[in-house]
Each structure stands twice: as structure tokens, then as C-alpha cells.
Design a protein around this ligand. Structure first.
Ligand SMILES: [Fe+2]
Length: 396
């Protein structure tokens, strides 16, 4: 018995593309979502959980209610279908329209100046990308950024999966009519590697990768099925060797036969476990430019895919937040959500010689500094100087 256990050890630790088994996979994914298991959800459509955003926020108003809602969404990502839709997450779609205008300007500028870096997921012309739309959005229009990322649902779902101090990143994808579907994939981290690389990571890292990020999308227009909203295979995130399985044709064929697709309305949010098998759909519409702002939220403990200059963003966002709070355009909670999407929320890495933890175990974060400045009504220049001094202290 013990000898047998030792003999199988290497196969337990080292997952391989060759060992992936479609029958094992089917046993994981061929499940039916029961609405009764998710009491805060409004409906199950095509095995996907649909939430009414206003009801979710209402249920999360008390600390006990919030605990229950976050736990439900967490398990929906972990062991449930792996994908949730939040209908009408932006009640005021004027905020979305204004952001769309900013994104259009950025895309036009990229085209005019031949910048923008292209897209490794699609053929040229099929779509337009804005990499790091987070920082570009903030620098162009901090007021709209504050209203947009002040959205309490984005914060609630991110926290449900990643806990606090998450790192927001975002990319815009505008898929033009005729834009072809992506092939089925998983996302960052291991989803962006070849099998030969993935096979070098022990099995526990295959389990770790999905808890280091959360994928989301804000629908910037109505997306009927013909416009190609994302294809999903519910429960596929639970198959541990899935990063390798996706390289095999029979798994891709299975995805093609069994994926689901839901229409979205402007202002809806979709969030999914990054290990869920998914792919952008084909845009077969006559004239719909399908625009989504893709949110990739990283754990405080992970390395995000994009570099973001959060010091520069924070310096620009601060005066906007101060003014909007003073004029009652933003609640304290919304301001906190916007700060969570902008400023660095985690203390490390830092230089502990110069940046020792004072009055605790962890040195002050950029986000804490911003809250402190807002509470104290600091001048913009004083806050910018404090930000720069803090960044300087963190250098080796
Ligand atoms: Fe993806």
C-alpha cells in the first residue's frame, strides 16, 4: 500500500497533458446549478447564476448579510458554475457612456498615431484593444473614473474571491462586426503558458493560479447573442489539470459542443473564475461594435499582468474625489471603492529599513495614505508630495 503510494507520487505532483482524461472532466462539469443552493441569486440561466444587483447590495447592507453574500459568490466561483452575471450593476448608464466616449477617443488616437501594441488574441482589424485602460481612464477623466470604479458591486465581488487589498487592472476590447471567436482558454497566470512550461509547476500551483486573479467584464453596450458575448463552460474551473487539458483537441471539441452564451445589457457585470474554460464569441451582427471593459483583478499576494503607475493615478484621482465628496456626487463607500481600484492597497514589498511598520505589523499603504489625506482635507500638493515620499521609501 505504502509502496504503491510512493510509486504514484510523481504522477500526483506532476500533471501532464497526456494524462488528462475527458471522462474525468465530464464527471466534473456535467452538473446542474440549483437556484436553491444560491438564495441571493435571482435566476439560473443556462447553468449560470444571475444576480439582481440592487438585491445583492440590499442583502449586503448588514455585516452578517454581507458575510453571507460574499460567501455565496465565493463558492459560486470555487465549486459552483464558476461564473456569475450581475444585472444592472450600473443603474446610471450615463457613467458607462461617458467612459465609452473616453475609450473611443483613446482608440482613435491609437489608430492615428499607430500606437497601442496590437493584440495577441485576434487578427488586426477584427478588434481594438486598450491595454491598461485603468490608468489611461484615470488620467484622462478622474471624475468619471471615480464614478465608474466607485461601483460597489465591483468591489464586493472582487473581495468575495480575493479578499481585501486586491489590485485592479483593466483592458478594453472592442470587437467589430465580423470579429472571429477566440479559442477556448483559461486566463492568467498558468493560462498564459505553453504545456511545456505548465508541466514544470507542481499540482498545488495549478490549484493556486485560479485564486490569484478574478476575471470580470463591464458591458458597455447591449450584447445580443449575435454580437458574440463570451462563451463559457460552467464548472470547468474545477478540473485541476484543465490548464493542460485545453491544449488537447477532444477538450476543445467538448467546449465547442457544450459551451453556453448569455446576452448582456449595457451596465451588466460578468465575473468568472480565471480557470473557467471560456472564449469571446464571433460578432455576427451587422453593426454592433461589442465593447467590454475587461477587469482583471489580482490578489494582494499575486503579481498582476500589467504594470500600473498607481502613484501617478492616485495623485490625479485625489483632487477629483475630494471635490466629488464635497459636492455630494460620491458617497464615502463609493470613494473607498474607487480608491481600492486605484491606489496600492498592500504594504509589501517595501524597504523595511526606511519604511518600518509603525504601530502595527505592516507599513502604511498608498490606499491608507489617500484615506488619511481625504479625512484630513490635505491640499493636493501636500498629498502628491506625501505619495512621492512614500514611494521613495519603498525603494531598496
Ligand atoms: Fe480570457
Amino acid at each position: 500500500m505504502k509502496t504503491d503510494n510512493i510509486l504514484k507520487r510523481a504522477d500526483r505532483v506532476w500533471l501532464t497533458e497526456a494524462a488528462c482524461d475527458l471522462e474525468d472532466f465530464r464527471a466534473e462539469v456535467e452538473r446542474t446549478t440549483s437556484l436553491a443552493d444560491y438564495p441571493h441569486a435571482a435566476a439560473v440561466e443556462k447553468n449560470v447564476l444571475i444576480y439582481d444587483s440592487a438585491s445583492v447590495l440590499k442583502a449586503a447592507q448588514t455585516s452578517e448579510g454581507r458575510r453571507a453574500v460574499l460567501a455565496e459568490i465565493c463558492e459560486a466561483f470555487a465549486t459552483g458554475p464558476g461564473v456569475v452575471v450581475l444585472k444592472r450593476a450600473f443603474e446610471d448608464t450615463a457613467v458607462i457612456d461617458m467612459a465609452s466616449g473616453i475609450f473611443d477617443d483613446i482608440i482613435n488616437e491609437q489608430q492615428r498615431t499607430h500606437t497601442g501594441g496590437g493584440d495577441h488574441f485576434a487578427k488586426p482589424g477584427a478588434n481594438d484593444r486598450i491595454w491598461n485602460s485603468l490608468e489611461k481612464h484615470c488620467l484622462r477623466d478622474p471624475q468619471n473614473f471615480a464614478a465608474y470604479y466607485g461601483n460597489a458591486l465591483i468591489a464586493l465581488v472582487s473581495e468575495a474571491w480575493l479578499g481585501p487589498s486586491y489590485q485592479m487592472t483593466a483592458q478594453v476590447n472592442r470587437v467589430n462586426p465580423g470579429g472571429a471567436a477566440q479559442s477556448a482558454h483559461r486566463d492568467y497566470h498558468l493560462g498564459f503558458q505553453a504545456s511545456s512550461v505548465i508541466e514544470q509547476f507542481p499540482a498545488h500551483v495549478h490549484r493556486l493560479s485560479p485564486v490569484l486573479t478574478l476575471q470580470g467584464a463591464v458591458a458597455h453596450c447591449d450584447m445580443p447573442l449575435e454580437s458574440g458575448p463570451t462563451l463559457f463552460l460552467p464548472y470547468s474551473q474545477t478540473y485541476v489539470p484543465g490548464y493542460l487539458a485545453l491544449k488537447r483537441q477532444e477538450f476543445r471539441d467538448y467546449f465547442d459542443r457544450h459551451h453556453v452564451q448569455l446576452p448582456l445589457s449595457k451596465g451588466d457585470l460578468v465575473f468568472f473564475n480565471p480557470a473557467l474554460f471560456h472564449a469571446a464569441g464571433t460578432n455576427r451582427s451587422e453593426g454592433i461594435k461589442r465593447v467590454a471593459n475587461l477587469l482583471q483583478v489580482s490578489s494582494a499576494f499575486g503579481r498582476a499582468m500589467e504594470t500600473v503607475n498607481r502613484e501617478r493615478m492616485s495623485a490625479v484621482l485625489y483632487p477629483a474625489l475630494k471635490a466629488m465628496l464635497a459636492e455630494g456626487q460620491l458617497s464615502g463607500i463609493e470613494a473607498a471603492c474607487a480608491i481600492a481600484s486605484c491606489a496600492e492597497g498592500y504594504s509589501f514589498p517595501t524597504n523595511l529599513d526606511r519604511d518600518p511598520p509603525v504601530g502595527g505589523l505592516a507599513p502604511k499603504t498608498q490606499a491608507q495614505l489617500m484615506h488619511e489625506a481625504l479625512a484630513g482635507g490635505w491640499e493636493d500638493a501636500a498629498f502628491a508630495a506625501a505619495l512621492a515620499a512614500q514611494s521613495e521609501k519603498k525603494l531598496s
